[in-house]
Design a protein around this ligand. Sequence first.
Ligand code: F6P
Length: 476
Amino acid sequence: MASTHGAKVLVASNRGPVSYEVREDGSLNARRGGGGLVSGLSAIGPEAGAVWVCAALSDADRTAAHRFEGGRRLPPEDTGGQRVRMLDIDAEVFSDAYNGIANSVLWFVHHMLYQTPLEPVFDAEFRRQWASYEAYNRAFAQALAEEAAEGATVLVQDYHLTLVPGMLRDFRSDVRIGHFSHTPWAPADYFRLLPDDIAEQVLRGMLGADRLGFLTRRWADAFAECCDALVGGLGGTRIGVHGLGADAEFLRERSQRADVKERMVALREEIGAAPDGSARRTIVRVDRTELSKNIVRGLLAYRRLLEDRPEWRERVVHLAFAYPSRQDLAVYREYTAEVQRLAQEINEQYGTPGWRPVLLHVKDDFARSLAAYRIADVALVNPIRDGMNLVAKEVPVVSDSGCALVLSREAGAYAELGDDAVTVNPYDVVGTARALHEALSMPGAERLERTKRLAAAATALPPTQWFLDQLNELSA
Ligand code: F6P
């Protein structure tokens, strides 16, 4: 099936580098995404002739996927010069695969989010959705098989596409296949919550790759442990660890722009000053409103801090940025409502006419996040489990005068940043309140020194190098 005009390098991911929205006049507006993959892929340059295969995620995306070049490539001016093939997958199949299997099953397994004894239940509905997940993976594998030149290198991303390596291998034995997991990997005992045949299918699908990448050694070891327990080991598949770092160059330039400075002024005004006129301390968190990010326990810990340490009342503000995510799922909508309810409760309980203890913002605004990173005294990153967590890596790079990092030991970033962070067990609300106090009380000079070391560790593997390392390893 090799295409004579095929690409030598291909990337496949559910969410692509561009998304569309319909303007009022009916025309389509393209929004380009950022992130490690986008900057990584741009590093190999147009001469590599790379193609990115992704899914249409909305009706506007589906319209775009159809409008251009017979439903194949999108116009390069919309995609930042990338050659993008957006797959128009049947809306119901897509929803079963993305909302049903990827985000409600595989995400829950790897982040250990199930609340037994009520969950999980793998019933007939699950089996029906699994068939959609297979169809969705097959659509990707077919598109990749069509787009790849002889001997091409294909980098498949994440838990949405675990079956693609095996399927693509069946279509095209000549291509080199890598798969990278951006999530944690569940320990074998937890992974085995999945029905045996499904668990095996996931592992065998991934083992169709020549090489598998993970963000930390811990997740790589957990995967190997699952393979030992269920499919007799890794076979010939190699495993590598690539700890994606923050993009220092981009962040430093972007955070000095005028829109960020404007938002710093606005935030400072919102934060206000303590009754004695001194500047208030700021604890910042920036997350998708995501169950694994543990925003509710973060708020409970902040409330505990105000309760146990009254000296902080009026003198600290918690900037909590919780941006909408996966709102098609009821459990995410309920979680969002709980975050809002709790923030309001804390403000009603402790607030005074001149002090709002929690400033909760739910509208996604990257410039405002950068503004908060610059002015924060403390960053709270307390996920239950997280593949890496880039916020923990971005804050020290951008911080103006040093920011103490309160970091969950369950974040992948902990392996690189743990030495200079204040460590928390994400379930321990009292312990997290204590950690917030310790971070707020850290002397300025120590905070600055630690921030410098954190920034160096956080930027050790820039996105372009992260991507190139994987390409090189695959060709080795
Ligand atoms: O690996 C997790 C991931 O896919 C990330 O790449 C991304 O940050 C996040 O989940 C976003 O998820 P979604 O595409 O469902 O919004």
